[in-house]
Design a protein around this ligand. Structure first.
Ligand SMILES: [Ca+2]
Ligand SMILES: [Ca+2]
Ligand SMILES: [Ca+2]
Length: 301
């Protein structure tokens, strides 16, 4: 079967991170625009044009009128290791400018006290990753898989949490600033595992598909706009669906579902037949212990 070429069982890796250091709208007091230049002193270019706000970027300042002994500041802080290579070139290393980024003023001051400044030639970018203090969301017992989407169409991401003991998925509506409401439960099969969110029926509302390990099925939950309707059930006819993926395997414009069946040692393929509906499972043997599946074209045909 051609579709087999597109399926590879792989482990699952989930990385959650955020970039928290750099506010592109904040340039600080050093963002002063350009200045008229006396006596031919001026900056015409800076390379590279960007560097991390953690500092340490070796920059070359091009221009004219630079004098031996000139000093350089970046966002009001001394650039280190200043070398005046010639009257047209200075090199130095940028200092750190934590919590802010964006276009930044660079000032060259000659020993005769003449200065020149450009704030449109170099910009700080976020250079490190970090996380705000952890907050805790009460989900209920035995949370396992997660999904994120905007199921109530308010423009704010919501969180779905599968509870394997309760046999349900809780939908926590998000407020758009990192807080989530108490969960609204959706009944699934037993031991829900992978939760997929895609618009299956083309109404613009993301729907859910949940692989239920102990029920040996997947449940399809169509979004009504105010919740989810009664699910339809897709039997895998084999044991232990866990990982799953929605993709168009046969290029007919309809999403198809594939579940990785751990104890069954196979994958189930459910071809999409219409808006939110799927054909019966076609099972393809893999090795035992298959827990995850991805769909990708690895042979270009
Ligand atoms: Ca929402
Ligand atoms: Ca939908
Ligand atoms: Ca298809």
């Amino acid at each position: 079967m051609r579709t087999v070429n597109k399926l590879i069982g792989l482990g699952c890796l989930l990385l959650c991170f955020s970039v928290a250091q750099c506010d592109n709208t904040t340039t600080g007091t050093a963002d002063m625009g350009t200045a008229d230049l006396p006596s031919g002193l001026g900056i015409s270019g800076i390379a590279p044009a960007t560097g991390p706000n953690s500092g340490g970027t070796a920059i070359t300042i091009s221009g004219n009128g630079f004098q031996s002994g000139a000093t350089v500041t970046v966002a009001g802080v001394a650039c280190t290791g200043v070398t005046v290579a010639s009257s047209t070139s200075i090199t130095c290393t940028t200092p750190a400018k934590s919590m802010t980024c964006g276009p930044t003023a660079i000032v060259v001051t000659n020993p005769d006290s003449q200065t020149t400044m450009r704030s449109d030639l170099f910009a700080y970018q976020s250079g490190t990753l970090g996380f705000a203090a952890m907050t805790t969301l009460n989900t209920g017992a035995a949370p396992r898989h997660l999904a994120v989407d905007d199921w109530n169409s308010d423009g704010k991401l919501d969180l779905a949490v599968g509870l394997i003991t309760a046999g349900q998925v809780n939908i926590h509506n998000g407020d758009g600033i990192g807080n989530f409401a108490a969960g609204n439960p959706i009944s699934t099969g037993m031991q829900p595992r992978m939760i997929l969110s895609k618009d299956l029926n083309g109404d613009g509302k993301p729907d859910l598909v949940v692989a239920n390990q102990l029920s040996n099925n997947a449940t399809v939950h169509l979004n009504t706009g105010t919740g989810f309707g009664n699910p339809t059930t897709l039997s895998t006819n084999t044991m232990g669906p866990e990982g799953s993926v929605l993709t168009d395997l046969n290029n007919d414009g309809k999403l198809d579902l594939v579940t990785a069946n751990n104890t069954g040692g196979n994958v189930s393929i459910f071809l999409g037949t219409g808006p939110g509906t799927f054909a019966a499972a076609q099972n393809v043997t893999t090795a035992n212990g298959c827990q995850a599946v991805v769909a990708i074209d690895v042979n270009g045909v």
